[in-house]
Design a protein around this ligand. Structure first.
Ligand SMILES: [Fe+2]
Length: 287
């Protein structure tokens, strides 16, 4: 119970993160070896949970039963980390899901759901006091969308259903510290940076349209919440960091490159211990 003179409750949470592991489809056996080393490290480090930021499937083409079998096999490996395991949908995962014969509106769900046990294409969960939100950034930007205030058109979109759910989920967890995960970045950031913190010059990596075009709307919700610490993304394969509205937006290095992964400790700061091509850092929590 908090009260006058009582220090604010702190969150003590640790999690391991991979991104863009590229395990099924156009993928080499060394990619699985990277994840094997990750899960081995997690069994020693013993985090509260592990999470993969998407693109487990990679350029699979026509969906085949062997993809499902492979997905099951690789997800069993993630689950061998010895703690709760979560998955975020990447654009390559979603491309594959949309091609499945049982596809309904949006990504086809059943085969992926049965292989990974994920509760939805977007969802949230609690780890002690920490509230964790997972987004699906894979909807294509609708052609009718207006210009983004970010100044550069993104290829991806957070659909209306999801944006309403996000607003409601944040509202339902007011006063709780939060972190988010989305495969794609929720921002386009020019070389001069956001003006609010993070890397300057901001590294320009790959295709400039590979972000969520209406990510600025989500960022506005996260800033207004006042308790969101960070939003993690993958997809770009190279690491970078920027701040918007007091929230850290952290893009992680791809696991298929040099076995990169992160051990994240959320305590009186946000500490990222990076492996492979992922640099380490220690970031302050929002004021
Ligand atoms: Fe991706």
């Amino acid at each position: 119970m908090s009260g006058p003179g009582t220090p604010p409750q702190r969150v003590e949470t640790r999690f391991g993160v991979t991104a863009d592991a590229h395990l099924v489809g156009r993928a080499g056996p060394e990619n699985r070896a990277h994840v094997e080393r990750f899960t081995e490290a997690m069994r020693t480090w013993r985090p509260d949970f592990v999470i993969d930021l998407g693109d487990i499937l990679y350029h699979c083409g026509e969906p085949r039963e062997e993809h499902i079998q492979e997905l099951r096999r690789h997800w069993a490996l993630y689950c061998s980390a010895g703690c709760a395991a979560y998955a975020v949908l990447g654009n390559h995962d979603a491309d594959w899901l949309r091609q499945c014969s049982e596809a309904g509106p949006g990504p086809s769900w059943q085969a992926y759901h049965e292989a990974t046990g994920m509760p939805g294409r977007f969802y949230s969960f609690d780890v002690g006091r920490l509230h964790v939100i997972v987004l699906d950034g894979n909807t294509p930007r609708p052609p009718s969308a207006g210009a983004s205030p970010d100044g550069h058109q993104g290829a991806f979109w957070l659909d209306e259903l999801q944006m309403e759910w996000l607003a409601g989920d944040l509202r339902a967890h007011r006063g709780r510290p939060k972190i988010l995960f989305c495969h794609q970045e929720l921002h386009y950031t020019p070389p001069e940076g956001s003006g609010e913190g993070g890397q300057v010059p901001f590294p320009q990596i790959g295709c400039a349209s590979s972000h969520v075009d209406n990510g600025w709307e989500a960022r506005r919700l996260l800033a207004a919440d006042g308790e969101v610490i960070a939003c993690f993304a993958g997809h770009k394969h190279h690491p970078r960091w920027v701040v918007y509205g007091g929230v850290h937006y952290i893009t992680l290095a791809a696991t298929h490159r040099a076995g990169s992964y992160s051990q994240v400790t959320l305590s009186d700061s946000l500490r990222i211990e990076g492996f492979g091509e992922q640099p380490s850092c220690d970031l302050p929590l929002p004021a």
